[in-house]
Design a protein around this ligand. Structure first.
Ligand code: ZN
Length: 55
């Protein structure tokens, strides 16, 4: 029973973890900002203003 060394064909995508932290455009000011998670679409500056909530 001979064991063949398997060639590494399967390469894991390197840029997989970058999905969490992504540079997005703020919906309020339109400026690019580093969003900490996928659902964050407003930069912290606009968020702190709290004006976007009642928009
Ligand atoms: Zn903003």
């Amino acid at each position: 029973m001979s064991r063949r060394t398997m060639p590494k064909k399967h390469k894991k995508p390197v840029a997989d973890h970058s999905a969490e932290r992504k540079t997005r455009k703020c919906l309020m000011c339109g400026k690019p900002f580093p969003s900490e998670w996928a659902g964050e679409r407003v930069c912290r500056k606009c968020k702190s203003s709290a004006a976007w909530r009642s928009a």
